[in-house]
Unconditional design. Sequence first.
Lengths: 102, 636
Amino acid sequence: MSPLDWWLLLAMLLFCIGAFGVLARRNTIVVIMSLELMLNAVNIALVAIAQFRAGSQGAGVLFSLFVITLAAAEVTVGLGIVIANYRAKRTVENDHFDEMKG
Amino acid sequence: MEAADSMKIAVILIVLLPLVGFITTLLFGKRMGGKAHIVPVALVTVTAALAVYAFGWVFQHQEEPFVWDAFSWIVAGRYHASWGFQVDTLTGIMLLVVGIIGMLTHYYSIGYMRGDGGYYRFFAYLNLFMFAMYMLILADNFLLLFLGWEGVGLCSYLLIGFWFDRKSASQAGKKAFLVNRVGDFGFTLGMFLVLVTTGTLQFAGVFDKAETIGAGTLLWICLLLFTGAVGKSAQFPLHVWLPDAMEGPTPVSALIHAATMVNAGVYMVARAYPLFAQSETAMLVVMVVGTFTAIFAACIAITQNDIKKVIAYSTISSLGFMFMALGAGAWVAGIFYLFVHGFFKGLLFLCSGSVIHAMGGEQDMRKMGGLRTRIPVTFWTMLIAAVALVGIFPLSGFWAKDEILGGAFAHGYYVVWLVGIVTAFLTAVFAFRMMFMTFWGESRADAEVQAHIHESPKVMTVPLVLLAIPAAAVGAVVGWPPEAGWIHRFLDPVFFAVEHEEFEWLGTGGALMAVSLAVALLGVYLAYVLYLRRRELPERLAARVPWAYEASLRKMYMDDIYEVVPVRSTIAFSRFLWTGFDVHVIDGAVNGIARLWGWFGDRLRPLQTGRVHNYAFGILAGALALVVIVGWVWGI
């Protein structure tokens, strides 16, 4: 296993933990935290590839900067929704929010 | 060619002035109120003068018709239609009829329509009619003729239904329009066939190729064109609209439904003379339809009690006479009759309008009588018109009717001649039945109406007198001597292959003339006996043969037949299309498709749980599936 593979394995583990969190947890705040975990797993993968693969010219690093920015925006919106929901129903458990049921 | 240049201006103005009158009257007439007639009447007067001028031009240039391709109208591939005008001797005759009667009717209408709520509208429509009628007779191709043809049809519809708040009037307008559609459908098909066969619709172009058209095709062309004429000129079985058209104001009946528009069918057949002359079968059909219509309508006219209905059926009968003449090969006689008929029948209608005016709107002859001394001008002019219609020497109808009957006899159609004589007899009876019931005897009107009987104003009686002059004299002027009169030489260039009959005073011609005159006098005498001397006789006669009387009174049940066959069946079929086809098949298909998708939607709804988990799981599963598929495709 090359050093890159170790990094990628780490990224994959973090991603899977995040994905599990998104699917399994009912608390919306935790779901958002898990989402952050997934995003950061991707960031690790990007930075690692940029480091170990020749010819990428730092594009991976740049990419991860974008991801971080977007993640910040996404969290802002996400937490805003959570607060709005909390005001409406006094709860952040997302299985209480099923008004869009068909 | 200075003369031709002035003709161009004249023709353009003849067509445009009435159109200008129509537009201005429609736009500004309402504000002019009782003065709305000034512009249209002035324009129509100028137009009539121009029409007489154009006639004078043709009079000087009989051999070479004026043909002018003004400008292009429709250009589509090889087909080319233009605003082309043609003035030959036949057009000249029509110009005189339309111009003079049109103008006099306009003047008459000033008095007749005074105080009507739609005064300006009436004159606007009348001018539009003049425009279309001039277009019809000046056209040099079938398409432009059709434009005028439909134009006069539209005006006829508008004017029959002029008092549209009366249910019967609006119904009559619709009836006229629909019945004419049947004829026009045939006419349109005929035009298509002409176009396909000869590649052009221009009269000259078509007629040049007339001899090269196959006999079968030619027969179809003629029959289809004749279908249009049957509708427009109210021939059996499409005559039913004309009696109902009497719902319109009387000047309209005089101008459109007696003197001009209904002649359009006769004119068109005469115009297509080179086609019809080639097809003996078509001629025979024209003659049979005309002859049958002539006697059929006369049989109905004899029992009608509405003064205008009598004249309406008389008009149908007269038009039948014209077609009889054309079909029998007496072309000139047919146009001769058209010419004089326009004057005396128009006059007859205008007089009946004056009578109705005097009677305060009453049209039932059973409530008239004794008007001879009360409205003398109307009486004398109407008497002239009636005598001319009956065909008593030396008034107009005599010469024309005699030439038709003589023509039929000379061509060996003895049965047609006999039917014609019987029709002439019936015509004499019903015309003088009308005269005696209206003008002689004691008055049968209510006391209230009695007090109001008055002669019409000058603006109405002067046109009557002016029209009475040609109604009386024009026949002898243009038709003397018989079979060789001026009109024969005049129309020679149009009916180029027609041979002139020899007329012998002491031979067949003179004998036939004597017979027709004797029969007419006999008819008048019979009417005198039945409706003046022994007034109880008609009722006893009717009681003797109730079925015949009933049939005549009920217009030979034609309206009832139409009511059952085309009208009811169409309504039943439409009802089926509505409740059967439309509701179940069309709506069924549309609603069925909607319901199908609704069903699908219902099945798919559970997927939308509203829970974020499920969606997130879907996204992840989709992403994974993509990874797997992409990996499989790339073969990793």
